[in-house]
Write a protein that binds this ligand. Structure first.
Ligand code: C2E
Ligand code: MG
Ligand code: MG
Ligand code: MG
Length: 286
């Protein structure tokens, strides 16, 4: 009897494992084909200046319109793209589209910078700087319009190598931000050595800022330290007016979050930016 039960259990386990494996293989196959099938899309989330409330830039966030699954968020496929060695190609596509978008906005008088997220494997690719320079030239845009966001995980393997690559991007004129700041390891120890311009305070800090005084103190301390090091600070995941006001009082430089706008597809982002530009223009006429 025990033997039979054991066999049943094994079958149950094995079939659900089999389903998971085949699901994963489907995902892999679809992801490998996605670029050629033109299934990726960039969404854009505005960044707002704390000083004057104007939208000064956007962050490009990738989506995958996977047939039969709807729009997939990056957390569900970027890690796999990294594992499969597809991230450099996908990342190039992102930079290409972002540069083209910036050029299109500039042509209609919308001077908006764009930030793209870089995976660690992209950062250490020897030819990244040349390829980026190629895109700037092709779309005739200044390097100051392009920002790049990297996480502290790039420091895990070879910090010295990461610093060299960051410096090359800086030399080209790209603005660099540390994304999700405060969630990585040894943030403070490396911060003063990194050739970066900005930090993006992780959303987990912002979430507690209005309810937990210690979290608020921590945020204020990080912002003050960043400013001492000559870095500007972006708060990510700002969802309430209260959070915005607290961050403004802490002298935070830029806001990003659902309070202002969720990430928007290209045509909606363009409409948003035009409307913002009109508001600014109207305010200047008064
Ligand atoms: P991230 O760079 O930290 O981007 C911020 C994430 O927070 C985005 O999620 C954004 O939609 C979300 N977010 C923004 N404001 C709020 C808010 O007020 N509340 C909440 N709850 N969430 C907010 P998304 O678009 O799903 O992207 C997730 C992550 O995927 C990004 O985190 C980034 O690390 C990665 N990613 C996105 N696009 C790319 C890409 O083109 N290349 C690479 N390598 N990674 C990417
Ligand atoms: Mg980011
Ligand atoms: Mg972030
Ligand atoms: Mg994040």
């Amino acid at each position: 009897h025990a033997k039979e039960l054991g066999r049943d259990r094994w079958c149950l386990y094995s079939s659900s494992l089999g389903a998971a494996v085949s699901e994963r293989l489907d995902l892999e196959r679809d992801l490998r084909a996605a670029l050629a099938a033109n299934q990726f899309e960039l969404y854009y989330q505005p960044k707002i200046s704390a000083r004057n409330g104007q939208t000064v830039g956007v962050e490009a966030l990738i989506r995958w319109d996977r047939p039969g699954y709807g729009m997939m968020a990056p957390d569900r496929f970027i890690p796999l793209a990294e594992q499969l060695g597809l991230i450099v190609q996908i990342g190039d596509w992102v930079i290409d589209r972002a540069c083209e978008q910036v050029a299109n906005w500039a042509r209609e008088g919308l001077a908006i910078s764009i930030a793209v997220n870089l995976s660690p494997a992209q950062l250490v690719e020897r030819t990244l700087v040349d390829r980026v320079a190629g895109f700037l030239e092709r779309y005739r845009i200044g390097a100051d319009m392009i920002h790049m966001e990297v996480t502290e995980s790039m420091m895990l393997n070879d910090p010295e190598e990461a610093i060299v690559h960051l410096q090359r991007l800086r030399n080209l004129g790209i603005t660099l931000s540390i994304d999700d700041f405060g969630t990585g390891y040894s943030s403070m120890a490396y911060l003063k050595r990194l050739p970066v311009n900005r930090i993006k305070l992780d959303r987990s800090f912002i979430q507690q800022i209005a309810t937990d005084p210690r979290e608020a103190d921590l945020c204020a301390g990080i912002i003050a330290l960043a400013h001492k090091l000559g870095l500007s600070v972006v708060a990510e995941g700002v969802e309430t007016i209260e959070q915005k006001q607290i961050l403004a009082a802490m002298d935070c430089d830029l806001f990003q979050g659902y309070l202002f706008s969720k990430p928007l597809p290209g045509n909606e982002a363009t409409r948003y930016l035009r409307a913002q530009a009109q508001i600014t223009e109207a305010a200047q006429l008064v």
